[in-house]
Design a protein around this ligand. Structure first.
Ligand SMILES: [Zn+2]
Length: 232
């Protein structure tokens, strides 16, 4: 009698073990393949994005590809802050002569109005990447910057690397507060940003690819720098 015999139970145990091994190997292989595809997507996007710093523009094919890929993927943070979206019509003209762009981070500070006086005296326009401040003095400075032809971009609300680079959603939370405040005060929607510590830094290693991709997807342009006054 085979059924119920020791041989029968041995076979049952062997078949069960074989099934467990086969299903684990299959799911491992499946996870490895999807992980590979995800990494490939992020790597391509991240490297393409960083290679285009600091002059990313809407007509640029690589940047457009990144936006398309991130549009087709679905991440929860894409649903956050639907108003954080720019109709980007900035066109980068490679034939323009080389220019120096003066940028000031982390303000407004006690020096900002002095800086504005000096720029005005020399008839020079600059870009200010703002850290959140909604005091009356700061509000007056934002309006003055725009009146005098300067550009305002978003820098950060808390400027704490460990907080803002926890995840792309955390970055958006921080970015949104300053972006909305500036729009409310000046009536102008900021369209550019500078990542605190630069677009790729030791705190943002795990999230910079998708964070850069997300900001590009939303139409923002980000700028790093290639010369520093070492006054940070
Ligand atoms: Zn900064």
């Amino acid at each position: 009698m085979y059924f119920g015999s020791v041989r029968f139970y041995k076979h049952v145990i062997l078949i069960t073990m074989a099934l467990i091994v086969i299903s684990s190997v299959t799911s491992c292989a499946f996870m490895a393949i999807s992980n590979y595809h995800m990494k490939k997507l992020l790597r391509e996007n991240g490297l393409a994005a960083s290679a285009h710093t600091p002059s990313i523009n809407s007509d640029d094919t690589a940047a457009t590809d990144i936006r398309k890929q991130y549009n087709s993927a679905s991440f929860d943070y894409q649903k956050l802050y639907p108003l954080l979206n720019i109709d980007n019509d900035f066109i980068y003209d490679e034939d323009l002569p080389k220019s120096v762009y003066l940028t000031f981070d982390d303000g407004p500070s006690s020096l900002t109005s002095q800086i504005l006086d000096i720029l005005k005296e020399h008839n020079v326009q600059a870009t200010f990447f703002i850290n959140y401040s909604d005091s009356m003095e700061s509000q007056a400075l934002y309006r003055r910057m725009l009146e005098e032809g300067h550009t305002i971009g978003v820098h950060s609300t808390c400027h704490q690397y460990a907080t803002i680079y926890q995840s792309t959603a955390a970055f958006l939370d921080d970015f949104a507060q300053t972006a909305f405040m500036l729009e409310q005060v000046t009536g102008v929607k900021p369209e550019i940003l500078r990542f605190p510590g630069g677009s790729i830094n030791s705190y943002s290693k795990a999230v910079y690819q998708q964070t850069i991709g997300e900001m590009l997807r939303r139409g923002y342009t980000y700028y790093d720098w290639n010369v520093s006054a070492d006054d940070a």
